[in-house]
Design a protein. Sequence first.
Length: 298
Amino acid sequence: MTTIASPAYIGRFAPTPSGHLHFGSLVAALASYLDARAVGGRWLMRMEDLDPPREEPGAQAAILKALESYGFEWDGELVRQSDRHDAYAEVLNRLSNHGLAYACTCSRKQLEPYHGIYPGLCRNAGHGTEDAAIRLRVPELEYHFIDRVQGEYRQHLGRDVGDFVIRRRDGLYAYQLAVVLDDAWQGISDIVRGADLLDSTPRQLYLQELLGFSQPRYLHIPLITQPDGNKLGKSYRSPPLTEDQATPLLLRALRALGQNPGAELAYATPREVLNWGIVHWDALKIPRTLTLPEAQLQ
Ligand code: GLU
Ligand code: ZN
């Protein structure tokens, strides 16, 4: 067991209510929860409801209910990103006024040839912000950080990403902006989440630097994948987490994270499984891979 004296640990789980909780999100919730509680840290809950058109009705309540029935308890009030629009607007205006962000009117079709790397077409166009996306200028620099599981990760923002969207053309705020503002506002010290977000982290490091925020520690857990190689829950409907499966699925999630719960825990309550996980948590045992096929898990 690793014991790090860190009274200032603040972690979080930040689900998107585009669907119900599935096994992959359970693994992410469990990892962030255990990593926080193992050092006596706080664990906060944030609903990332930035995109109402893609929200599934009832998903927010279903996610919270599932987490509760699996024995999770979070600290403080739930934060909803839909309540934070004023904070996002304030920073977006500040970035625009400093010439760090600009309006982009490129259509999806126009950008097709560039394979997701924005070539800066609107950088100096001086478009108005109505009916336009807002993009953040990126420097021609490589950003890197040391992930606690994945090791060193590097990405050149200019070459590999390009100026990225912080407010969409339909007026919705982008994940990259909201996540950085909220993690700083909530005082998050440690971000534990799926490895599908590893390649978003350098953008977030750049935003933190621009806004003068300190850099949290990062731990990206392997993404649980379906037989077709996609993220669980993305293209096919993985089953919702039912209450009667709480103990076996928590045990399976612990094993996916490289932990070794004993056979006697098969008869434990979800809360007892979590308590075992807190006492025995060893982040060094998490598999050092980007993906884990669900079919290979016991
Ligand atoms: N809301 C994101 C998701 O559900 C997680 C964001 C994060 O942890 O930074 O995939
Ligand atoms: Zn453009």
